[in-house]
Each structure stands twice: as C-alpha cells, then as structure tokens.
Design a protein around this ligand. Structure first.
Ligand code: TRP
Length: 331
C-alpha cells in the first residue's frame, strides 16, 4: 500500500551536508521509490516551514530570500514537482488554524517537556522565550496531521516532535472522535517518524553533531574553496587509530571497507586522507551546486512550483479542516 509522506524544512539558513544526509536525502529516496507515478494512493508533501522560521527570522527581506532558497534547494536535490507537492506553510492557513485547536487540548507542562523548549530555557531563560517557540510542536503537529500522513522522514533531532504529533492526534481523536464508533472516531491518522539509523547524527568538523549553532558545518552547496577550508579545519585526534573526525564524515561518501583500506594505507598521513575527502566532497557537491545555479536563474519556474503546490495542499488541508470543525462543533 502506498503511504503518505510529509516533511518540512525551516528556512533559517544555508543547508549543510548534515541536513542532507540526516533528512533531505531520504526525501528524494522516498519520492523516487514510488511505483505509482500518478500517486493516487500515496502523496509526498515537502513543505517550507516559514512560520516555524518566524521564531528566528524576523526580517521580511531575509524571510523572502531564505524561503525561496529552500524551494530552490528542494528542486536542486531532486525533488520533482510532478511526483511531490512542494509548498509553503504560510500559503495554507489551515496549519495555523488547526494549531489553535490543538492548543486548547494541550497542557503547559506537556509543552514544557519538549527538548527544544528545554534547550531554549537553558540557553536564555524563560523571560526571552517567545510563545511561538513554546508552541512549536503544535504547529508541527498540525503540519503533519492535516494530510493524513503515514511517514515523516526527519533527522533524529525531530523525533520528539513526531511523538507530540502522535500524542495530539490520539488526544483529539479521543476527545472529539465520538465514542460510538471506533472507525469514524479516527479523525487523525497516527504518523510515524522515519529516521535512518546509520545517519542519526552526522558529525561536524569538530566531531560534535554537525550544526549551524556549533559553526562546524560543510555547506551542501559549498564552493571548492569552502570545501577545502572546511576539511582542512577538521580537528584531528592523534590518539585514535584513524583521524576519526575525518573518517566519520568520509563514511558518508564511501563504504567503510573501502575507507579502512585507504586509512590503513595512509596511517599518520592526515593531510593525504583529508585531500581524498576533499575530492569526494567536491565530486558530490559540484553537480548539486551547478543544478542550484541553473534553477536560481528561473525564479518564474520556482514560483510556479510553489503556486501549484499551494493549490494542491489547500485542497487536502481544507477538507480535513472541515472534518475537524464538524467534530468540534463550530460548523
Ligand atoms: N521542525 C522541523 C525542523 O526543524 C521542520 C518542520 C516543520 C517539519 N514542520 C514539519 C518536519 C513537519 C517534518 C514535518 O527540521
């Protein structure tokens, strides 16, 4: 049976190879794994989560540019508007509308248990956390649940958010689904996270998880120069058998067996293995970067993709919203 896939990316900055291997690569694999081209029994949604990004990006010019950039990136990595619905969160107001409804069945302590909230709390204290950050999981639950999503391909860091979506779906179904018939009680489907085991965390140039906040990333569309600089800056540990931080990034591009041989042959020669990694990165990134450049030249096309995505997503979301409104008794 075909499944409905849904995922989103926040337009908060340049994507790095950690984002790609942790989540975006799976978007393309899942999209292309479909056998049914008209997708009558299963649909892929890939959303630009601009309202989620608004917690951070509070500048109109930046928001516009970064959002368009995610659309271009989606197309550059191989998402195909013929196979997938690519759209912007803010284009479908049902997302924020449903968020309010979920707010009314969710408690404050429940949201206080979210990792993202706890991290923000530890970093800056409660006084400076905006309500949008606190409420982030409810908007994300709305994103996912509006489309009867089965599978949500994401990076490991998003696991808890998918659990919140499941909890919220269950809670809503329990309260508003009606107790007489179990089947008609299921207004929301329970989604499942899809997280690849071996790329749970992609390491950055300092060995910690690759993350913009650690400043240890390699950009997915980096220039050859940037690639060289990033790899040369990888912190090496002379105590380990191999320069581990180089090796772990390298594992994204070659099978471990092949790497073992290369690293064994070049024991102690950190510069040599780094140079091999640079070549592998260049060969991987170059076609992506070129494709991105081509797509960016035709913004009319990109906007058309978003316009079509909006219409398709709206159709599904508004239908679900009617069902929800009936269930809560406002229509
Ligand atoms: N929170 C996700 C992230 O930061 C982005 C996102 C928003 C998302 N809505 C979503 C992911 C719905 C999956 C499904 O990466």
């Amino acid at each position: 049976m075909q499944k409905t896939i849904f995922s989103g990316v926040k337009p908060t900055g340049k994507p790095h190879i950690g984002n790609y291997f942790g989540a975006m690569k799976q978007f393309v694999a899942l999209q292309n794994g479909r056998s049914d081209p008209d997708a009558s029994a299963g649909v892929n949604y890939f959303m630009i989560a601009d309202y989620h990004a608004l917690n951070l990006i509070q500048n109109a010019k930046e928001m516009r540019e970064l959002s368009l950039d995610v659309a271009i990136d989606f197309l550059a990595i191989g998402l195909d508007p013929k196979k997938s619905i690519i759209f912007k969160q803010s284009d479908v107001p049902e997302h924020t509308e449903l968020t309010w409804i979920f707010d009314t069945i969710t408690t404050v302590p429940y949201l206080k248990r979210a990792h993202a909230y706890k991290d923000a709390l530890a970093k800056s204290g409660e006084e400076s956390i905006n309500v949008g950050t606190f409420n982030y999981p409810m908007l994300m639950a709305s994103d996912i649940l509006l489309y009867d999503t089965d599978i949500v391909p994401v990076g490991q860091d998003q696991k808890q958010h998918i659990e919140s979506a499941r909890d919220t779906a269950e809670k809503f179904n329990r309260i508003f689904g009606g107790s007489t018939s179990l089947t008609t009680g299921e207004i929301f489907k329970l989604p499942e996270a899809y997280i690849l085991k071996d790329v749970e965390t992609v390491p950055g140039t300092d060995g910690r998880k690759m993350s913009k906040s650690y400043d240890n990333t390699i950009s997915l569309f980096a220039s050859d120069d940037e690639i060289e600089k990033a790899v040369m800056s990888i912190v090496t540990d002379s105590k380990a058998k191999y320069p581990e931080n180089v090796f772990y990034i390298h594992k994204l591009f070659r099978p471990t067996k092949e790497l073992d041989k290369i690293y064994e042959e070049n024991k102690g020669k950190y510069k040599v293995v780094k140079e091999i990694l640079i070549e592998d990165l260049k060969n991987f990134i170059r076609p992506l970067r070129e494709r991105k450049g081509e797509i960016a030249k035709d913004l009319g096309y990109v906007n058309k993709v978003l316009e079509e995505g909006k219409e398709k997503a709206k159709l599904v979301a508004s239908k679900k919203m009617r069902q929800v409104k009936k269930a809560i008794g406002v229509i």
